[in-house]
Design a protein around this ligand. Structure first.
Ligand SMILES: Cc1ncc(COP(=O)(O)O)c(C=O)c1O
Ligand SMILES: [Zn+2]
Length: 429
């Protein structure tokens, strides 16, 4: 029976998580195995994350027209997710704008502006997905190792769920982001040595059963599988906005590849239902070079790629990519591009001045990647790209603070004002 012809009194079939499956070898583990990776793949030298598997095909019984009507949060896609909207820990995340960006000179490019989420980053979808399951499993404490957006989002959603939250950061983390965590009442703990964050979080998880939303052991595999389900909704929203004609390319700033994997999985699910006829190709815009090296070398595990100086895109500054990210690039016939600081700064300023969107430095990486790939012919002139703008510029104002000119100090009258505008901005009235 088609969803449209179903009588009102027949219960819809909602998929329920039946296992956590390895993203690489598909081995299945119990649904409470969320604080571990796949032991088989780790033993084989290519540690891999787990992803939620369902007892029925997600969305198989869904009327896509009805999904469109409810704009309350990403949980309007509950038929594809691991919990019902009524049980979700939500702050109204998702349903972010998809904006054309004709002034960038990059061709047919659209911006999925995730800075409009409740804590001003895409990590809200991860936190909503993870905290919903934390509450269901009766978690007593949430734990996150993040100096950035993931920690801020975990803190906010833990506050909403009424569960205490410990966030491990390190000395020298960006001020606004740590302030955000404190504002939501998280217990923020600083460490001097970055490695101590994971060591301490591991102790909390293994000794006390704290519920992890972030990675906390290496080689890193990615984040909490229930959190990653939230990223599928970015794919659904994009497909829906383009009337089920997906773009040719999706381009993301990538660190652990959680969003990359989640979006790819979302498009794959829509394709399995026949709602779309193909899955976009994916581009990872990274700063380490780890995924680029793995693709070139045919590696099973992206290598560590140390840098001489840290990138200004601190949110995606990890030195090693993940198996889940590499897998998506290979399966989607995609690409990886390594982006440097000059390009990041230039694209932060360009996006703000030309499109009125101020991204965090890491969120400028997709635009530099599209520029590069249009330039070398990988992305064809007539192909459509969606760039994921993952977080807002106020979280990390450095690139604007350091950009000339310093605003002039003016006293006196109109003559002095016009002279200052001319000197500082080249404005002639
Ligand atoms: C603003 C921003 N963009 C991109 C990323 C990369 O996300 P992922 O780990 O899903 O690749 C992060 C966090 O890691 C981030 O904070
Ligand atoms: Zn495995």
């Amino acid at each position: 029976m088609t969803p449209a012809s179903r009588p009102a009194n027949v219960r819809r079939v909602m998929p329920v998580p039946s296992a956590l499956a390895c993203v690489r070898c598909r081995a299945r583990y119990p649904i409470d195995h969320y604080a571990q990776d796949c032991p088989a793949c780790r033993a084989g030298g290519a540690p891999a994350n787990l992803t939620v598997a369902y007892d029925a095909v997600p969305g198989a019984d869904t009327d896509r027209g009805a999904v469109r009507l409810d704009r309350g949060s990403m949980w309007r896609w509950q038929d594809f997710l691991h919990a019902r909207a009524a049980d979700a820990v939500t702050l109204g995340e998702g349903n972010t704008p998809l904006l054309p960006a004709p002034s960038l000179g990059l061709g047919d490019v659209w911006i999925k502006d995730e800075s409009r989420n409740p804590t001003w980053s895409f990590k809200d979808r991860l936190a909503s997905g993870a905290l919903t399951t934390a509450r269901r499993f009766g978690a007593k404490v949430i734990a996150s190792s993040s100096s950035g957006n993931a920690g801020a989002a975990a803190a906010a959603y833990a506050a909403k769920a009424g569960i205490p939250c410990v966030v491990f950061t390190f000395v020298g983390s960006a001020g606004p982001l740590v302030l955000q965590m404190r504002a939501y009442g998280a217990m923020v703990v600083k460490v001097a040595d970055k490695a101590d964050r994971w060591r301490l979080q591991t102790l909390g998880v293994r000794e006390f059963g704290w519920y992890p939303t972030s990675p906390f052991f290496g080689p890193v595999v990615g984040s909490n599988p229930y959190g990653m389900e939230g990223y599928k909704t970015i794919a659904y929203e994009i497909a829906e906005a383009f009337d089920w004609q997906p773009p040719d390319w999706c381009v993301l700033p990538v660190c652990y590849g959680d969003a990359l994997y989640g979006m790819w999985k979302g498009f794959e699910e829509l394709k399995a239902l026949g709602w779309i006829d193909r899955v976009p190709r994916f581009v990872a815009a990274e700063v380490s070079g780890s995924l680029v090296a793995a693709i070139e070398g045919g590696d099973a595990l992206p290598p560590e790629s140390p840098r001489n100086t840290p990138s200004i895109a601190t949110s995606i500054g990890a030195l090693q990519g993940t198996v889940q990210a590499l897998d998506v690039l290979r399966k989607s016939n995609g690409a990886a591009v390594t982006i440097g600081d000059d390009d990041l700064r230039r694209w932060v300023l360009t996006l703000a001045a030309k499109e009125g969107l101020w991204p965090e430095a890491s969120s400028a990486a997709p635009f530099a990647a599209i520029e590069r790939l249009r330039g070398d012919g990988t992305i064809k002139p007539d192909e459509r790209c969606v760039a994921l703008l993952t977080a807002a510029g106020l979280k990390d104002p450095g690139p604007i603070e350091q950009a000339p000119p310093e605003p002039p100090l003016v006293s006196g009258g109109l003559r002095e004002l016009m002279a200052a505008l001319k000197n500082s901005y080249g404005f002639h009235g």
